[in-house]
Design a protein around this ligand. Sequence first.
Ligand code: HGY
Ligand code: MN
Ligand code: MN
Ligand code: MN
Length: 413
Amino acid sequence: MQIQIDPTRLQSEIEMLATISEAEPPAVTRIVYSDVDRRARSWFIGLCEAAGLHSRIDAIGDIFVRLEGAEPDLPAIGTGSHIDAIPFAGSYDGTVGVLGGLEAIRAIKESGLHLRRSIELLLFTAEEPTRFGIGCFGSRLLTGVLDSTADDNLRDSEGLTLAQLRQQAGYIGSLESVRLPRDYYAAFVELHIEQGPLLERERVSIGIVTNIAAPAGLRISIEGEGGHAGAVLMPDRRDAFCAAAEIVLAVEKSARGTGAIDTCGTVGKCQIHPGAVNSIPSKVLLEVDIRDTDEQRRNRVLEEVKDACARIASARGVIIRLELVNADSPAHSSAGIIDAIVEATEALGLSYKKMVSRAYHDSLFMARIAPMSMIFIPCRGGVSHRPDEFAAPEDIANGTRVLAHTLAHLASQ
Ligand code: HGY
Ligand code: MN
Ligand code: MN
Ligand code: MN
């Protein structure tokens, strides 16, 4: 089954998409429901239309691009990823899966292959947590992990709700209409850069994901007592930022202390109030990301952080409040999908390794409604979420070929 992708076309589209950004190249900033996000989406729909592919958009902006099969009522084979990017990210996280997915579908269409099942590319409205503090809110709504209360509960840093933002972006309709039925897809396969160093280090072309680590998000607010940096003497202080600093180190200590390399703890966001150099911090807000391939081990870290906060609060006389934003279960790939990817990879004469994904992806949630796996390609130095993120054109082409052959194989069944 020979399917010819067009690597030059694909590469130029990846480079073009990278220019639709709020940040100066090579950095990419593209937050969901921002103007650049909207521009990127309409540019993408233009590509689909130019390829003669119909698309539909749901009530939060997820874009579905379908290549009809001979039996359109059968559950389709799904693929997809995201184009939203955290501030000062790179050009490849998510976009390889969206544009590689489009290239795979175009190549299958151009090959003249008539397949039983439809193949559907899904551009998830957002995968990154930047806007609402929770990752994958699109795929959570698509799979019922979040329900329609998200319309008012998800609120960004300016206090705008999901309902307001999606309507401003022109996405109307009820949130209930977003949820996909359980048998909507017969399989879901996502192409993504590894966001880790293993494939490059071991000179392996393709990663086949066996399981996706489970993320948990905490919001921790610390309330102390502010005051003049010169007037309030050290013994009289209840400095919220010093308490926060102890919490940050407690997160690191607990994540390092599980004895497992798969446990990660990060405090990636910190807001200090009032934020003046000569004023003692009275309030601090921390956002914490704790993840692990083992759910129990990850939950133990959550408990240890909670205990540390209680200790720090009483020792320092500050008030510490914890809000659990999310604590998701890990996802396991389906053996059948892994086999299909292995078969396509071997048929293309490429090397591969089975591996864990420590980054989370929309596939973490799609696994709840369809058998899933992921195809990884190497990224230079394992770097991601940085402007110097890089995937070689040959690796992107290899990943797209494997995806195309895997989708065609699954759609013929
Ligand atoms: O954080 C993650 O794992 C994903 O890149 N959003
Ligand atoms: Mn990312
Ligand atoms: Mn991603
Ligand atoms: Mn087979």
